[in-house]
Ligand binder design. Structure first.
Ligand code: HEC
Ligand code: HEC
Length: 197
């Protein structure tokens, strides 16, 4: 994805600009308060304990901000829940939330994985998904270590979308690929991503 390098560059710039400062000392408390509304679903420190919400820890700031703003936008990033939740937060609050969760260590959700299915999933991933989800921990779309139920829900939801109504070219491509997969294939993929750290 072309945006990836941009994200990395900005991420690096942000890290460098933070050295020598004590950022968010004042805002810390209110960031934590804001985050209190998120951790019920996203888990302590943004690391999901499942079943149906993704982990949101350790995301690059601009990526987190982009996603939250896109949820707010009509025709933006697809969501079942976040479209409504994101509208409750202004730019400044989204900024604080991005800093708060961005500073948390990312941990894979603890869950049982079917090794045979994960192996099958690895093959499907390589063929159909890797091009865009190459290194999900680094990428803007995190799949590795996410709860299986969340991954299944997301794949089901996306594959049910009407391709002609999707604005993003990449999402269009993905939905076409997902529509072709059987439920067993999606289960295999979910086990594969869940097995990754
Ligand atoms: C009721 C449960 C719930 C609450 C509360 C909630 N979320 Fe979410 N969040 C989800 C689900 C489910 C998704 C997957 C997208 C969807 O279907 O809405 C998600 C997705 C996200 C994502 C994108 C993750 C990714 O990798 O795609 C971010 C960022 C996020 N939420 C941030 C927040 C923040 C910040 C808050 C608190 C202000 C919050 N969420 C509160 C359930 C929740
Ligand atoms: C052409 C690029 C592309 C391909 C190929 C692709 N994806 Fe995606 N995927 C995306 C984009 C972009 C998003 C973010 C969706 C949005 O913005 O609404 C996404 C989101 C997702 C999500 C939801 C994660 C979240 O945080 O909301 C899952 C799960 C997913 N993809 C799985 C897959 C699987 C499984 C495959 C292979 C069958 C696949 N993708 C192939 C580009 C792609």
């Amino acid at each position: 994805m072309e945006q990836k390098n941009k994200y990395r560059a900005i991420k690096a710039a942000l890290l460098i600009s933070c050295v020598g400062f004590a950022p968010m000392a004042l805002a810390g408390a209110s960031a934590q308060m804001l985050a209190g509304s998120c951790v019920g679903c996203h888990g302590p420190d943004g690391n999901s304990v499942g079943p149906a919400s993704p982990s949101i820890s350790a995301m690059a700031k601009d990526n987190f901000v982009d996603i939250m703003k896109s949820y707010k936008t009509e025709g933006g990033r697809f969501s079942t829940i976040m479209g409504r939740i994101s509208k409750g937060y202004d730019d400044k609050e989204i900024d604080l939330l991005a800093d708060y969760f961005g500073a948390k260590k990312s941990m894979a959700t603890k869950q049982k994985v079917d090794k045979k299915m994960a192996k099958k999933g690895a093959k499907i991933h390589k063929k159909s998904c890797k091009k865009c989800h190459a290194d999900p921990k680094e990428d803007d779309i995190m799949l590795n270590g996410q709860p299986k139920a969340y991954l299944m829900n997301a794949m089901d939801d996306f594959s049910g979308l009407d391709v002609s109504k999707i604005a993003s070219k990449d999402v269009k491509k993905m939905v076409k690929k997902l529509k072709k997969l059987k439920t067993a294939d999606r289960k295999a993929l979910a086990n594969y991503y869940a097995s990754q750290k």
